[in-house]
Structures are given as structure tokens and as C-alpha cells.
Ligand binder design. Sequence first.
Ligand SMILES: CSC[C@H]1O[C@@H](n2cnc3c(O)ncnc32)[C@H](O)[C@@H]1O
Ligand SMILES: [Zn+2]
Length: 430
Amino acid sequence: MTTLGITDGRVLRPDLSVEEADVLVDREGGEVLDVGPDAGRDADERLDASGGLVVPGLVNAHTHAAMTLLRGYADDKPLESWLREDVWPAEAELTLDDIAAGTRLAALEMIRSGTTGFADMYFHVPRVAEVVETAGLRARLGHGVVTVGKDEAAAWADVEESLDVAETVRETSDRIETAFMPHSLTTVGEEYLREGVARARDLDVPVHIHANETRGEVDPLVEEHGVRPLEYAREVGLLEPEDFLAHGVHVDETEVELLAETGASVVHCPASNMKLASGMAPVQRLLDAGVGVGLGTDGAASNNDLSLLGELRDAAMLGKLAADDASAVAAPDAVRMATAGSADALSLPGGRIAPGEAADCIVVDLDAAHLTPVHDPVSHLAYAAAASDVRHTVCDGRVLMRDREVLTLDADAVRAEAADRARDLVTRAN
Ligand SMILES: CSC[C@H]1O[C@@H](n2cnc3c(O)ncnc32)[C@H](O)[C@@H]1O
Ligand SMILES: [Zn+2]
């Protein structure tokens, strides 16, 4: 066994207390061995955390990584017209190599901003998995199914592809898990949902879906089925404890209770919800009811970055507006959402720094003008720290970024290829 010591910093513990300590990591086993004063002093390799805070690696519980290629391509529109007029026509032109390049760019941005794990719903998932493996990240991946606008054969083929990906891609890496991923309750027909979800249960994979994102999606569904969207979701077999729903903006009291009873989680995406004017999720209400809540950026085209530190701030701010209460979604709640909340929602290791837990951690520099003084490091994580404050990123015991240099990807090459491909993509789409 060889060890990594993250030394001389302060460590955020699972109860969100902060203590001066080292973190000792088993590099091959990918787990935390010890947390305590001088625990890392004799380690084989050391990462200097002096002046910094050692935090669990952040977990982005809902994104579409390759949408980095569409960052800034179509802004200032609501979800439905943004998807139909801009995003879907561009996505129809994506090649496998585009998706690999966009995902690499996302991986670079995630490592730089302290994200060690993520959930991705997109296309050409085996290529996405290759990138995740090379970058050294952890992920739960799935092929997004859309059946509206397709003939029956094409719709079933899409369902089969998502199930096939869920079954096979999880075998490709110890850091990759999968899920069955129907796009939403309105873009996938009922028969496909019922059959796909039942088969996902046989494969023992969770289901990830967009749900209750906009009024434009909820109202017609209620009209058609005569029940709330999450009651319909339950009827078609969704809402098992390992399932996780993106957004959950327009949920009523019955649906909050249904989530709490079933144990399915919600992934809050505040920046995307604000940018597309989708609405404000009742996050404090969900937390009060005992619903598991994680945090996601959604794709870079509706955000427009993949920084979870930015998302933390948005979650804390928007949560107060939604509740009309300045004490709602307090700093520790937001930090918990981006760490243990997201990791638990995705059933992935990580989210807590303690012996036996996955060695997914980051060091956030606190020695910066905008982070001075440090009355409360948890407050700084929620309200003041930025992506560029992340100094080191470690996933599964491996150093992915040391002193702001990403070690697993060639940053210049990744940026150049993504910029070229994005330009060609939008030329083809237009
Ligand atoms: C079928 S793969 C995933 C699909 O989802 C689209 N998408 C991106 N952001 C959102 C969002 O906020 N709500 C719904 N769908 C979204 C993405 O462009 C892909 O087509
Ligand atoms: Zn999404």
C-alpha cells in the first residue's frame, strides 16, 4: 500500500464541524485511512493544504456534460423553446467525437472546480465513459431516452439502448455506475416508461429523469392523466429509493410527501431553474420533509458553467427567496447538498471525509482577499468561495489536480479541440 497525506490544513468533517487535521489516504484502495493531527506526516506523497480547507469532493448530481459545446449558444429563452428551436437541432448534428470532446472539456472544468463525481444523462455513453475513466472522475452515466416524435421502432430502440448502456457500461470501470435515464415524464410515452423502468429494476440500476421542471410540462400532464406528475411517476414504477429526479420545482404537498415516503431523491438545479425561468424549487420544504436533496448544475448551456461552488451559493440564495425566509437553506444545508446529499442521491461513494470513506477530497484555498477573514469556513464555502479557489482535487485516492495543474488531461489541447468542434457543430446546425 502507498499513502497520500493531505497535510497542515483544516478538514470539514461529516457533521460539518471543522478541525485542524491531516487526511491520510490509501492510494491504491482509494479510501481514507485516518483523519487527525499529523496523520499524513509520514505519507509516501504529500499534498500541502496549509491555509486551506479539505472538503469532500463535490458531486454534480445532474448534468449533460457534453453540452459544454453549446455553452453560450442559445441564451435567454424558456426551456421548451430553447430545447426545440436551438438545442435539439444542434444536438442532432453531434458526432461521437464531439461528445467525447465536450465531455473532456466538462471533465477539465469539473476537476478544476472541485467536482469529483457526477451524474450524466446524454448520448454515446461508452465514449463518455472512456473520458470519465481517463480523467479519473467518478460517475453515474446513462443514455437519455426521448420517444416523442419517433415511430414505434425508433422509440423502442432508444429504450433498448438506454437499458443496454445501463447493463454494459457499468462493467467498464470501478468508478462508473449507470442508470436507466428516460428524459422526462412528458417526452417518453407511458408504455415505454412502464417497460423500461420494470427492466431497469431487473438490472438493479436506478432511474434518473427530469421531473416537475416547468409549469409548461406539469399542467398538460395533470390534464392528461388526472393526477400530479409524481403520482403518475409512482404508477409507472418510478420513485424507488435509489431513483433521483432532476429539478422538482413544481411539486405540491402530496408530491413532497410521496418523495419522503418512497425515499426517491431530488436534484436541485438552481442556476438552470433561474436562467430558464422555470421556477423556484421548495428546497427547505423538501429538507424539512426528510427528502434527500442533491445539487446539480444541469448542462453548461443552461447555467452556463459547471462550478458547484457557484451552485451552492445559488441554492442558498434561491432557497431563501422561495421560502420567503432568510434562515431557509442555510450555509450548512447547501454544503451538505453538494457533498453527502448528492453522493447519496446518486448512490455513489464519497461526500464525507472519515476513515473508511472514499478518498474523494479537494482543498479550497482560504488565503484570498475575498475569503478574509475566516469567521466560518462553511459560510465561505456557501457564499464566498469560487471555482478558482480550488487548489487540489483527489478522486479515489488519485491526485487529479495539484496546485491548480490538472494532471490527467492536457488542458490546452482539451480546450482547443472543444472550441474547434463547437464552431463546426453550430455551423452544421445552422
Ligand atoms: C436525451 S439526453 C438529455 C437531453 O436533455 C436536454 N436538456 C438539457 N437541459 C435540460 C433541462 O433543463 N430540462 C430538460 N431537458 C434538458 C439535453 O439537451 C438533451 O437533449
Ligand atoms: Zn437536465
